[in-house]
Design a protein around this ligand. Structure first.
Ligand SMILES: NC(=O)C1=CN([C@@H]2O[C@H](COP(=O)(O)OP(=O)(O)OC[C@H]3O[C@@H](n4cnc5c(N)ncnc54)[C@H](OP(=O)(O)O)[C@@H]3O)[C@@H](O)[C@H]2O)C=CC1
Ligand SMILES: O=C1O[C@H](COP(=O)(O)O)[C@@H](O)[C@H](O)[C@H]1O
Length: 499
């Protein structure tokens, strides 16, 4: 690799001692290094308040790789690229020291002034850091500058607008990489390929042939140590505003005229613009929230949300959301998109079920076994697609039998597909912002979500509860049953349960 390679860069991580950096960023950088995607011309400066030396930082990098990758080939070479600068982001003076170190490393590793600033910190610091990076000259270089921002990007539209305005004073939109780690997942990236590279899906991908689409992202974990953040967020802001709406946009968008960042983002934005606003009295008709109570997960008793550490014992925070979304455009008029996400549910799974309409005069209609055709996109933990069809039962009769055609992405690639953060870091190093969210997408998603949270925040009635280890409150079943559908059982759809 030579110094002109576009992965040549100084990566400055703010929040380098934190959980995200340890669990996701260092292992991902290590994978890229091992694959030769990062070679000699890269250096990482980690910053946080802890008074670590370069050596202590490198020991922590090694620990992270041991714990989360489990291998340590080339670990000394890899970690030698890491440097640490104790730094309080609210303190102006320390940016000057950071600049000096950045310039030294720029020369030492021939980094051509390329810089990635990764803000792996609490969101209240995003604006301050962006201001300082510009004001204190860290962006005054001849190379590329990219600002990577973790979620949450704002708490609502108003705060997101303020944050965006502040950041935009220092970085233009094309230099801002807003992370939505679901966009780095292999099968989320596969949605476009499934749709636009297969002759038999695209003609059927509309309201004439699809009856409904179900997107479920369920977790077994509870709130863990993140209650302080989660209490101000809840599942609507934590999962729906970003990950769930992003998956919906990829499923619903029109084919872009080219596979470029701008064209793809522009088609996604049109979906958000066509989303029917759900407001006022409609909120309770179209959306259901819930909070986990005590229950059993993997045969272990677990406490309810209100008994978790740092949670208000009277908390009204939702840990579950189900919703029915309508996209008012030519392609999707009349097709409900159901979404469902929550913590402490039965299973850890993200799946998309595309349910096709029955054919007009099905000659096998009297057959009890006849099932609707489904296309299931398995996002995680299994990755792949399954087609549910009807075939003839063997024997002399004319009975039908549901069969499944299965493709496993993991099987085809042999090993685990890269972790989302690895893909996103690679894209950022190469200036590809397609799988990061544009401001217009963020703003429109907040606009949609704000109408729902406004109603919930004004509601005095107790939040519906669901027992841990279940698929949410009864109300979520009714939401979909009222339309004559039901949630497909995720365990039944698992690849291992395919015939
Ligand atoms: N953890 C995760 O799995 C995920 C996290 N995120 C997002 O990533 C971001 C980081 O999360 P996470 O790593 O969990 O948070 P942590 O609380 O684990 O880490 C916060 C980091 O910020 C540093 N820090 C805090 N205050 C200052 C300050 N004034 N000046 C300099 N450094 C400071 C801390 O180090 P020190 O105390 O040494 O200063 C630490 O390195 C958040 O925006 C979060 O929402 C998003 C998705 C998943
Ligand atoms: O962004 C978030 O996502 C995780 C779920 O991510 P996954 O990749 O494990 O599906 C969620 O637990 C967390 O609350 C949320 O902030």
């Amino acid at each position: 690799m030579n110094s002109n390679d576009s992965s040549t860069s100084l990566i400055m991580i703010f929040g380098a001692t934190g959980d995200l950096a340890k669990r996701k960023l260092y292992p991902s950088l290590y994978h890229l290094y091992k694959k030769g995607k990062l070679a000699d011309h890269f250096a990482v400066i980690g910053t946080a308040r802890r008074p670590w030396s370069h050596e202590e930082f490198r020991e922590n990098i090694k620990d992270s790789i041991h714990s989360f990758v489990g291998a340590d080939e080339q670990i000394d070479d890899f970690s030698s690229h890491f440097y640490y600068q104790p730094h309080d982001v609210t303190d102006s003076d320390s940016y000057i020291q950071l600049k000096t170190l950045a310039e030294e490393l720029d020369t030492k590793y021939s980094l051509q002034g390329n810089r990635i600033f990764y803000l792996a910190m609490a969101p209240e610091f995003f604006g301050t850091i962006a201001d300082h990076l510009k004001a204190d000259g860290l962006t005054d270089t001849t190379g590329f500058k990219r600002l990577v921002i973790e979620k949450p990007f704002g708490h609502d539209l108003e705060s997101a607008e303020q944050l965006n305005a502040q950041i935009r004073q220092s970085f233009p939109e094309e230099e801002i990489y807003r992370i939505d780690h679901y966009l780095g997942k292999a099968m989320v990236q596969n949605i476009e390929v499934i749709r636009f590279a297969n002759a038999f899906f695209e003609p059927l991908w509309n309201n004439r042939y699809i009856s409904n689409i179900q997107i479920t992202s369920s977790e077994k974990l509870g709130v863990e140590e993140r209650a302080r953040y989660y209490e101000t967020s809840g599942a609507l802001r934590d999962m729906v505003q970003n990950h769930m709406l992003q998956m919906l946009a990829l499923l619903a968008m029109e084919p872009p005229i080219r596979l470029t960042t701008d064209e793809i983002r522009s088609e996604k934005v049109k979906v958000f613009r066509a989303l029917r606003p759900i407001e006022g009295n409609e909120v309770n008709e179209y959306f259901v929230r819930g909070q986990y109570g005590p229950g059993t997960i993997d045969k272990n008793e677990v406490v309810g949300y209100r008994d978790e550490m740092n949670v208000d014992p009277d908390s009204q925070t939702e840990t579950f959301v189900a919703g029915k979304l309508m996209i008012d455009n030519f392609r999707w008029a009349g097709v409900p998109f159901y979404i469902r996400t929550g913590k402490r549910m039965t299973t850890k799974s993200t799946k998309i079920v595309i349910q096709f309409k029955d054919i007009p005069m099905n000659l096998y209609n009297n057959n009890e076994q006849l099932q609707p055709n489904l296309l299931v996109i398995h996002i995680q933990p299994d990755e792949g697609i399954t087609l549910h069809l009807n075939a003839k039962k063997s024997g002399q009769n004319m009975q039908t039998n549901p069969v499944k055609l299965n493709f496993s992405n993991e099987g085809s690639n042999g090993i685990n597909t890269p972790e989302a953060y690895e893909k996103l870091l690679y894209d950022c190093l190469h200036g590809d912002a397609t799988n990061f969210t544009h401001w217009d997408e963020v703003a429109l998603s907040w606009k949609f979500v704000d109408k729902i949270s406004e109603v919930w925040e004004q509601t005095n009635s107790e939040i519906p509860k669901y027992a841990s280890g279940t698929m949410g409150p009864e109300e979520a079943e009714k939401l979909i049953e009222n339309d004559g559908f039901f949630w497909w059982n995720l365990n039944d759809l698992d690849v291992e349960n395919c015939d």
